[in-house]
Design a protein around this ligand. Structure first.
Ligand SMILES: C[S@@+](CC[C@H](N)C(=O)[O-])C[C@H]1O[C@@H](n2cnc3c(N)ncnc32)[C@H](O)[C@@H]1O
Length: 466
């Protein structure tokens, strides 16, 4: 039951937020991968639990993860744990004294917090629990306001709010190391964003996507369906240079009708560059341009460290691409004839994803990540519908429910090899390399689902994640 049998390898306790449940594991794994550290759970790991105990990390690893995570609330050096307070006591008394003593010395100051998950305790009961830990050899002075060291007793009362046990299911005690970045959800809220649109991605999900993409200092990150640039804002916060394209001239140039209540037209400086400026990240802005994601405009090279995007589903924005009245004929060098007159054509969802995966295979650096949303009709969804590409390894696939019958999946893929001619035959060995045509019916099913409920929208959260 001791928290750490070996002196060299400490255990760390992560307290996870209870929203974004499906996104937490890939986020923490990606942040550990940035430090080339494996995700190594100890004890009886349960993904849905608010507490995860991880092995084989240093305090610096933990601080680096917490400096980016929006899914983790706090992290602790785990000193003891148990199913009862008596087990916790035994575990704590087994913890190596030399690991404890630097934080308990005479002249130091400390505080003990009590945190309970799925139960609220009276103040007196919290004090009683702290007093009951008098077996710990603290020699310093208590300082509630400005302690040098903070400790926490964490009690887990399960996850069912309708069935809260009298006693906790599990108890932990540890030294607080760092808090996560939950504050970013408020400070980057789109409510206070300079330039927004109907489909601006909410701040929490944007940061989660940037973390899944492992966007980091000096990376170049690209969003081919950039809209108002919410994903670029999040990546720039983590030090990446950012660029994007969108087919919509007004969005790219910050012109046209405003999405804000009480404001008819966009103001003079409502654009993506101004959004980055708002957060002190204008230096990370490379550029954005009007371009159709279905048409190749980039030179043939691995240009981007990450591609992160929220393609159109045709619910709140159109899925259009440019085309000509005649069938658009590409010349053998892949360029379009000069007489090409752009007019709008439908851009089917299955084509959007095929193009996106193929683009990523060609333009990501090796090891670079593609992170994007795939809308699905829940009753018929199965994992085989997630598009594959021979150059891209599927890393994670997380669900965000939008309504009883629709959801979107956050897909993360990593480039594992450069494209080869033979890749075009990949569908012969696995049908998942062929675009799934069923995605094209998403829009139809989305609206038919609404109609069945006499026109009432049963969405839990809308497609922009708000
Ligand atoms: C869901 S929105 C992206 C929202 C964006 N993440 C944000 O935070 O504002 C999808 C965007 O794709 C753009 N779009 C649609 N078809 C396109 C195409 N063929 N090429 C490039 N952009 C396209 C739309 O104009 C829209 O801005």
């Amino acid at each position: 039951m001791a928290a750490s049998g070996s002196k060299s390898c400490l255990q760390y306790l992560f307290h996870l937020a209870h929203d974004h449940l499906d996104f937490r594991l890939p986020e923490i794994k990606a942040l550990l991968a940035l430090r080339l550290k494996p995700f190594h759970p100890c004890g009886n790991f349960k993904e849905q639990s608010p507490f995860w105990c991880l092995d084989c990390l240093s305090e610096e690893d933990v601080c680096t993860v917490m400096a980016r995570s929006v899914c983790a609330k706090s992290a602790f050096e785990l000193w003891g744990r148990g199913r009862t307070h008596s087990e916790l006591r035994t575990s704590l008394l087994n913890y190596p004294p030399d690991k404890m003593s630097p934080y308990m010395q005479k002249g130091s100051s400390y505080r003990i917090n009590v945190y309970t998950f799925n139960k609220t305790l009276l103040f007196e009961d919290r004090i009683k629990k702290i007093d009951a830990m008098d077996y710990l050899p603290f020699e310093g002075n208590v300082s509630l306001k400005n302690p040098q060291h903070i400790f926490c007793l964490l009690e887990d009362y399960g996850t069912d709010p309708n069935n809260i046990p009298e006693h906790p299911n599990y108890i932990y005690f540890g030294r607080w190391i760092a808090d996560g970045q939950r504050e970013l959800i408020r400070s980057y809220s789109v409510k206070n964003r300079h330039f927004i649109g109907n489909t601006s991605m909410d701040a929490g999900l944007s940061f989660i996507m940037a973390n899944h993409a492992m966007a980091k200092d000096s990376d170049l990150v690209f969003d081919p369906f950039v809209g108002t640039g919410s994903l670029l804002v999040a990546c720039s916060h983590f030090g990446a240079y950012v660029c994007g394209t969108d087919i919509d001239y007004n969005t790219i140039h910050g012109k046209g009708r405003s999405s804000r209540k009480n404001q008819k037209w966009r103001g003079p400086d409502e654009n993506i560059r101004a959004n980055l400026r708002q957060y002190g990240k204008e230096d990370m802005y490379v550029d954005v341009m009007v371009s159709d994601a279905s048409k190749p405009v980039w030179r043939n090279a691995a240009l981007f460290d990450a591609i992160i995007t929220d393609p159109p589903y045709g619910i709140r924005e159109s899925t259009r691409r440019t085309g000509s009245h005649k069938d658009t004929i590409k010349s053998p060098d892949g360029l379009y004839a000069e007489s090409h007159v752009p007019v709008s054509q439908a851009y089917h969802l299955s084509d959007i994803f095929t193009d996106l995966l193929s683009f990523s295979a060609h333009h990501l650096v090796l090891g670079g990540r593609l992170v994007y949303w795939l809308p699905v009709h829940r009753p018929e969804y199965c994992e085989e519908m997630v598009p594959l590409h021979p150059c891209l390894l599927l890393i994670s696939n997380c669900e965000q429910t939008l309504s009883s019958h629709t959801s979107r999946r956050l897909i993360t893929m990593e480039k594992i090899k450069e494209p080869e001619e033979l890749d075009s035959l990949a569908h012969l060995s696995d049908p998942r390399f062929i675009p799934y045509q069923g995605h094209n019916a998403f829009r139809e099913r989305y609206f038919s689902g609404l109609n069945k409920r006499s026109g009432k929208d049963d969405t839990k959260s809308d497609v922009s994640g708000k």
